[in-house]
Design a protein around this ligand. Structure first.
Ligand code: FAD
Length: 331
């Protein structure tokens, strides 16, 4: 972007000026002495939300009553085997653990709620469940699940953690940064009614965040565990109405649908609902029009084509070595 004419200024924002009449942001002053004036500002200052929260006073909708996790501890370990092409998420008594195989090491972490587990016990649980030598000291992270009440307010658009955070069970943060930028490009306030553009941006952002929130809650709420207060809370808590509706219609009729701005679509919902034991009482009536033999034949042909494709794929490690080996620096 610098080649295209963008000027990059580094520094810590020390003060922010707003227009007393419109309330719009007008100028940032950096600790380097530079001042930056602008028509539109993007707040990407992380959880702090320096512009959108501290200066424009937009609140944060707290979702911790639905998603209780507010802490994580991360540790890198040595690889003990060829990398698997997927992340493993393992439920623990009061939280869950991630294991992400990389080319030269494994990323591990435990996500938990400080209401149900102390930092010491979380660290002990994580350490007991590592399968390689530790390469780093534990890194402690704190977060607050929720969303900025308006991601776009006045002439400021919050992106990334400044606009909200969902616990990392589905690793959605970077995806949400990307979709926010695409949405902003589509709705950029070059001209016309900026207020309408902001409203549309906020509606889409809210819907996107709430749908991911519900998808994550689904994983927890369908638990059958009764071995801790943590799981008891998730199993018995009141869930958001759109999720309750989605689960009820799936249980009664096997109906699933993708939302317009949704990351998780039909297959994802079905996998988690059925994978965790929510089975539909019946299927769509139209499927009964297909004779059973014909249905079996179609499914078997489908399975065969998947197996054929799989048989031709290289192993994950071979694929990485061929197409995207990490440089020594990254390792
Ligand atoms: C261990 C770990 C694993 C993760 N794994 C994944 C994953 O697999 N997938 C995924 O999608 N996400 C993942 N995430 C989350 C993702 O990395 C973060 O959500 C993302 O980096 C947040 O970016 P951000 O720019 O919004 O906030 P930050 O990265 O917090 O950046 C905010 C920046 O604002 C700056 N700032 C604050 N105040 C000022 C000021 N006054 N002046 C100037 N600058 C200021 C800060 O210095 C900082 O650089 C992971 C995070 C961690 C910690």
């Amino acid at each position: 972007s610098e080649a295209a004419g963008v000027t990059r200024c580094e520094g810590k924002i020390q003060s922010v000026d707003t227009d007393p009449q419109s309330g719009n942001l007008t100028r940032l002053s950096l600790d380097t002495g530079i001042t930056i004036e602008g028509d539109v500002f993007i707040d990407c200052t992380g959880f702090r939300g320096l512009l959108i929260g501290e200066h424009l006073g937009v609140g944060y909708e707290d979702w911790s009553h639905w998603l209780a996790a507010d802490r994580a501890i991360a540790i890198q370990t040595q690889s003990t085997e060829a990398p698997k092409p997927y992340t493993i998420a393992t439920a623990h008594k009061a939280g869950w653990q991630w294991r992400i195989p990389l080319q030269s090491r494994v990323g591990n972490g435990i996500v938990y709620s400080s209401r149900y587990l102390s930092d010491e016990d979380a660290l002990a649980t994580l350490k007991q469940n590592l399968d390689g030598e530790m390469l780093t000291e534990p890194r402690y992270l704190k977060f607050k699940t929720g969303r900025r009440e308006k991601a776009w307010h006045k002439n400021c658009i919050a992106v990334g953690l400044a606009s909200g955070f969902l616990e990392p069970l589905e690793s959605t943060s970077i995806h949400l940064v990307t979709t926010a930028l695409i949405r902003l490009m589509k709705l950029f306030p070059f001209s016309g009614d900026h207020q309408l553009l902001a409203e549309q941006y906020n509606r889409e952002t809210q819907k996107e965040m709430e749908t991911i929130r519900d998808f994550i809650i689904l994983h927890y709420n369908l638990t059958k565990r009764t071995d801790s207060d943590f799981w008891e809370h998730y199993r018995t808590m009141e869930i958001p109405e759109p999720l309750a509706h989605r689960m009820a219609i799936f249980a009664s009729n096997g109906y699933v649908w993708p939302d317009d701005v949704a990351l998780f679509r039909v297959d994802s919902w079905v996998q988690v609902m059925m994978g965790q034991g929510l089975m539909p009482a019946q299927h769509h009536g139209a499927s009964r029009m297909l004779p059973t033999d014909s249905l079996k034949q179609q499914l078997s042909a489908f399975k065969q084509s998947v197996n054929n494709a799989l048989g031709q794929l290289p192993a994950h490690a071979d694929f990485i070595a061929r197409y995207c080996p990490a440089s020594e620096q990254v390792k």
